[in-house]
Design a protein around this ligand. Structure first.
Ligand SMILES: Nc1nc2c(c(=O)[nH]1)N[C@H]1C(S)=C(S)[C@@H](COP(=O)(O)OP(=O)(O)OC[C@H]3O[C@@H](n4cnc5c(=O)[nH]c(N)nc54)[C@H](O)[C@@H]3O)O[C@H]1N2
Ligand SMILES: Nc1nc2c(c(=O)[nH]1)N[C@H]1C(S)=C(S)[C@@H](COP(=O)(O)OP(=O)(O)OC[C@H]3O[C@@H](n4cnc5c(=O)[nH]c(N)nc54)[C@H](O)[C@@H]3O)O[C@H]1N2
Ligand code: SF4
Ligand SMILES: [Mo]
Length: 716
């Protein structure tokens, strides 16, 4: 038998054909009829099968009693959790509860829909998520330039003539804020049609190997490089905003700012010579169409805020905004950005600051790097109880070992997870969702970021075990239980309304959203007549065609115009200037990396995906190794201001001298995880080295890249 579904592991939304016998998955392959992924698949897709069958996966809610995990019922768990929340808030105030939501929530439409009522019923200011270790600077820039924090233009990779990729490795990640399954082929096609691909990265990555040109860049210096490129564009009269010529403001300010960063001034700091910067600027400006795209390496660093702004600015001032081959807005079947705009939820920044370190909120979340401090530091508003929802912050946020210690000091903790992980092992309750194959799926967030407009819906392949609960049911169940108990601090959503929402079900809400959307059946006269049932009867998905020029109706700025040099960025320029002259001393700079068979912290319990060469090694340039008498495969100790880890070294010229790289998400064994395979795969957590105080002070984003470290041999 065949089942068609969309993989929900990463952002790429690959269409899968799963052959099965009704009980077991026999084979998984790419669906060549999928209008977006056209048959592409990666090794991680088998992770769906491996998670489904994993004996370590929790099937029932558990509570930790005297150090032992004991099964409980959902209703008992919801009620006891609600009792804890209400009692702690009555004693310590609303902000005594902390909530962290992790990356997989963005891959679950139903959890997204249920999260807001959950947040409202808890009513704490102490909310956190993986955003501050990820795309926050891009959201910040979207808010400043386009008027809404999720008003994201997407690279029109299938039609461009030039793509410059800065701090992204789509050949492995399959793209981010750019849903582009099979990105390798898409990049190869750029070159086949006579175009050019340039990669700027401290590592010669898998993507760089597909490119025409690769340039090493010193970590953390991207904003300076981008300003130098902009300076060349102004000095050589290469500015042309194309179709947006009459709607762009701020050019004089942008020119004046860039003037402070001439190519000759940034060359040494960035490691890219002035002549190359000039050439690159000219190539971008004179290509028929071009995209300057940056991702994690440009955002989770000291100057992530500035870099994310400048990336958009370059596309706009070279006429590569809102036209084929440039960056364009998708028209998703459910347009979350438009809905947010209509509801007046465009996003906000700096309305509040965190209690201890005064870090700014972004969209009602404080940086995840602050969780440990907010738990540790006595006083009014201290966090006494944490929820982690589909996240593993002990392995994925800076100084994770300090966070782990802090979690043990809580009065209580609840984790939504299907495993006992480095994080959930600290919880009092763990509430597991059914396996990914026992749930439905619609890519609510990632269809909007697709390089093509498509929609697809997957039904569950297997029936969930009797009396299992999905994340959205747990979110609404706990919220309702809390609101039934409240004596003071009334919740803002009534328990009755939450119960009604639960019985309505997430799929009904999705149906409504699809019908109201741009292709929906409520839009009179639309040929697609989209609803959940039309999607169900199209198992390969529906194609709505390539991206279109639609910025005029997508952007949400008050005057419908774009300011390419918003004031908020000006104050950060002196900090960048100062960094150019900084002496970094004898340290190496630590950066991260992703690997094809791993997804953040959570696929390491698959034997299939972890066999072979060890995944977690330190890459080092032979030049740096020689001066430290380090040999290939030595066990080395990497130390930073906050900690040290031991890891095997791999010497390679693919990493820039002065830089070392290590993947994140490893190091389960010594952190209490109950993961039979992952606990034997070795490796250590890079986030035992990263530093909660090392951050982009403009946006509050963690600087996970460019962390100063020392390395020496422990054992040959
Ligand atoms: N040093 C360093 N740190 C990083 C990064 C880096 O590059 N370098 N990357 C950052 C980025 S981009 C991100 S997105 C974050 C990710 O940070 P997190 O979101 O904290 O980590 P994940 O590994 O995605 O955690 C997912 C957890 O949810 C569980 N899970 C999976 N699916 C579901 C589900 O459907 N429901 C529930 N309830 N649980 C589920 C998994 O078992 C796992 O424990 O890490 C960040 N941290
Ligand atoms: N296989 C796989 N795919 C994934 C994931 C995964 O864990 N595994 N995670 C998913 C998630 S949550 C996300 S957010 C995306 C991330 O998607 P990407 O951003 O494409 O992935 P990364 O591999 O983190 O790429 C960051 C790149 O930046 C480089 N870099 C580091 N510091 C700097 C710097 O200062 N400047 C510049 N120019 N470059 C720098 C690194 O060497 C690296 O090549 O991937 C998603 N897809
Ligand atoms: S690229 Fe991402 S979506 Fe596609 S099969 Fe791999 S993990 Fe799944
Ligand atoms: Mo991410």
């Amino acid at each position: 038998m065949k089942h068609y579904r969309t993989c929900n592991i990463c952002e790429a939304l690959c269409g899968l054909v799963i052959e099965h016998d009704g009980e077991k998955v026999l084979k998984i392959r790419g669906n060549e009829h999928d209008p977006l992924s056209r048959g592409h698949i990666c090794p991680k897709a088998y992770g769906l099968k491996d998670i489904h069958e994993d004996p370590d996966r929790l099937r029932r809610p558990v509570r930790r009693v005297d150090g032992e995990w004991v099964e409980t019922t959902w209703e008992e768990a919801w009620d006891a959790i609600a009792e804890r929340v209400v009692s702690i808030q009555e004693r310590h105030g609303p902000n005594s509860i902390g909530i962290y939501s992790g990356n997989p929530t963005a891959h679950s439409y139903s959890a997204i829909l249920a999260a807001m009522p959950f947040y409202l019923s808890i009513g704490t200011h102490n909310r956190f998520s993986a955003t501050s270790c990820d795309q926050l600077p891009h959201m910040f820039a979207a808010l400043e330039l386009f008027g809404g924090q999720v008003v994201f233009p997407v690279p029109d990779i299938d039609r461009t003539d030039m793509m410059v990729i800065i701090g992204g490795n789509p050949a492995v990640s399959n793209g981010s804020i750019m849903t582009a399954p099979g990105v390798n082929e898409r990049l190869q096609k750029i070159r086949k049609r006579g175009g050019r691909v340039v990669v700027i990265d401290p590592r010669r990555t898998e993507t760089a190997r597909l490119a025409d040109e690769h340039l090493f860049i010193t970590p953390g210096t991207d904003a300076a490089l981008l300003l130098a490129i902009i300076d060349v564009l102004f000095c050589e009269d290469l500015i042309d905003e194309g179709p947006w010529r009459d709607y762009v403001d701020g050019l004089p300010m942008l020119a004046a700012t860039a003037r402070r960063f001439p190519a000759a001034r940034v060359a040494e700091a960035t490691g890219i010579d002035a002549e190359t910067i000039h050439r690159l600027a000219r190539e971008i400006a004179t290509a028929d169409s071009a995209i300057v795209y940056g991702r994690l390496g440009t955002s989770t660093q000291e100057f992530g805020g500035l870099a994310a702004w400048l990336l958009y600015a370059i596309n706009i001032i070279t006429g590569n905004f809102d036209r084929p081959g440039g960056i364009m807005f998708g028209r998703p079947a459910v347009d979350l950005a438009a809905v947010a705009g209509l509801l007046g939820q465009k996003g906000h920044f700096g309305r509040r600051h965190s209690r201890v370190n005064g870090r700014p909120e972004f969209n009602d979340e404080f940086p995840a790097s602050e969780i440990a401090t907010e738990i540790d530091t006595p006083g009014e508003g201290r966090i006494r109880m944490m929820f982690t929802i589909a996240g593993n912050p002990v392995l994925s946020t800076p100084d994770g070992k300090r966070l782990a210690a802090a979690l043990d000091g809580l009065e209580s903790m609840v984790s939504f997870d299907m495993y006992v992980t480095a994080t959930s092992s600290h919880a009092e309750w763990i509430l597991p969702p059914p396996s990914p194959l026992e749930r439905d799926h619609y890519g609510l967030v990632f269809h909007a970021l697709g390089v093509r407009n498509t929609a697809k819906y997957s039904q569950p392949l297997f029936a969930a075990e009797p009396d299992s609960k999905e994340d959205w049911q747990n979110l609404l169940g706990i919220a309702a239980a809390i609101n039934r108990r409240r004596r003071t601090l009334k919740g803002r959503v009534s328990a009755a309304a939450l119960d009604r929402l639960s019985s309505l079900g997430a799929a009904r809400l999705l149906d409504l959203a699809l019908r109201c959307g741009p292709y929906g059946s409520f839009r009179r006269g639309h040929e697609n007549d989209l609803s959940l049932s039309t999607l169900i009867s199209a198992p390969h998905g529906i194609d709505f065609g390539p991206l279109e020029s639609r910025a005029a109706d997508a952007i949400q700025t008050k005057d419908g115009r774009i300011d390419v040099a918003p004031d908020v960025y000006q104050g950060d320029i002196p900090r960048l200037e100062k960094s150019l002259a900084r002496d970094t001393g004898p340290h190496l700079k630590l950066i991260g990396r992703r690997t094809l068979r791993s997804n953040n912290t959570w696929l390491h319990n698959s034997r299939r995906l972890t066999k072979g060469k060890p995944g977690c090694t330190l890459l080092m340039n032979p030049k740096d190794a020689r001066s430290r008498s380090i040999k290939n495969n030595d066990l080395v100790r990497v130390s930073s201001r906050t900690g040290s880890v031991d890891v095997t070294v791999t010497l390679t010229r693919d990493i820039m001298p002065g830089v070392v790289s290590m993947p994140h998400g490893w190091g389960h064994a010594d952190k209490g995880a109950k993961l039979a395979v992952a606990n034997t795969t070795g490796g250590a957590s890079i986030n035992d080295l990263t530093d909660a105080s090392f951050h982009d002070s403009l946006t509050g984003t963690s600087a996970l890249s460019g962390v100063p470290v020392n390395v020496h041999t422990v054992r040959a």
